[in-house]
Design a protein around this ligand. Structure first.
Ligand SMILES: Nc1ncnc2c1ncn2[C@@H]1O[C@H](COP(=O)(O)OP(=O)(O)OP(=O)(O)O)[C@@H](O)[C@H]1O
Length: 302
């Protein structure tokens, strides 16, 4: 499969000491909305800047549809919002876009289309300085769309926005990701990525620690069991070799196993004299998955 964005052991070390990104292998597929998720300082912005050719990797490489980042060939495919875009405060949103269209070679006819896409048509003639933060951010997205790029790279697009602005931006990104366009967005917000993205890569301390669809990351292998006496239930469950992990949750037991084993587990519990009041498949929230992943990773680092 050809990937739209691909990195191979991409590494960036600042000042010979700060390993911001380490041996990163990202694979972004055509047409997907890919969430690049990680806590502050994990290396997201550094990665996106390398994809745009704004900074050079220390080692490893990246390709945008097979092209080297930063070359005219790769930049012609991309729209990006990585640092706060610079707009003229005393010009209207429309005039700001006109300036950008003229120097980037995009047709002026596209301006009304992109204003419509980002929901700024009604405010297009107002001065930029009077825009809310959400509107400024949406104008930034409009600017990236002028060239109708195949690929959009957005760094923390909802950062600093109020809940309404965030919801509007999320809806906008979902719409932008429909059809053939590929969107790569970074975020430190789990629920945001869960709401918008088809696939997610989790980065921590510069390393990719997990990658997959939301449901792959969550996994489907968990059963919630509520049973008494609980110590008897626990020792019976521990004796089963197909039960990988048992955790307590709200007075019940969360067991990692194939959910199709539910009937068998129920039978065995009842046979051992345990009363089962609840037994059903459950999934972890992405937040739990994320915390588990980062915890495991930190243990490995120490
Ligand atoms: N120009 C720079 N010089 C030195 N260190 C840097 C530079 N830019 C980033 N770093 C360091 O590299 C690491 C990764 O930073 P980066 O901004 O890529 O992370 P991030 O995941 O985007 O975080 P955030 O969500 O806070 O923006 C951090 O330790 C940061 O301090």
């Amino acid at each position: 499969m050809e990937y739209v964005i691909e990195t191979n052991n991409l590494t960036k070390i600042y000042n010979n000491k700060i390993k911001a990104v380490e041996n990163l292998n990202l694979r972004v597929r055509a047409g997907e909305i890919y969430g690049f998720l990680g806590p502050n300082g994990a290396g997201k912005t550094t990665t996106l800047k390398m994809l745009l050719g704004l900074i050079k990797p220390t080692s490893g490489s990246a390709r945008i549809l097979g092209k080297v980042p930063g070359t005219p060939d790769s930049l012609s495919l991309l729209g990006s919002l990585v640092e706060s875009p610079a707009f003229y405060p005393y010009l209207s949103g429309r005039d700001n876009l006109r300036v950008i269209a003229d120097y980037s070679g995009a047709p002026r006819s596209r301006i009304d289309e992109v204003l419509d896409i980002v929901g700024l048509k009604d405010r297009a003639n107002d001065k930029f300085k009077g825009y809310s933060l959400g509107m400024k951010q949406r104008l930034g997205v409009a600017a990236t769309l002028l060239k109708d790029p195949q690929i959009l790279i957005l760094d923390e697009p909802t950062n600093g926005l109020d809940p309404k602005g965030m919801a509007e931006m999320r809806e906008l990104i979902r719409n932008l990701g429909q059809g053939n366009r590929t969107v790569l967005l970074s975020s430190h917000l789990l629920n945001e990525v869960e709401q918008i993205c088809d696939r997610v890569g989790v980065i921590q301390q510069g390393r990719l620690i997990a990658e997959g669809t939301i449901s792959e990351l969550k996994g489907s292998g968990a059963l919630l069991v509520r049973a008494t006496p609980s110590d008897l239930a626990l020792s019976m469950l521990r004796s089963l070799d197909y039960v990988e992990k048992i955790e307590e949750r709200d007075g019940a037991l969360l067991i990692s196993t194939d959910p199709s084993m539910a009937a068998e587990i129920n039978r065995l519990l009842v046979q051992s004299g345990v009363a089962v009041s609840e037994l059903h498949p459950t999934s972890q929230s992405l937040e739990e998955v994320f915390l588990n992943l980062t915890e495991v990773n930190e243990e490995q680092v120490v």
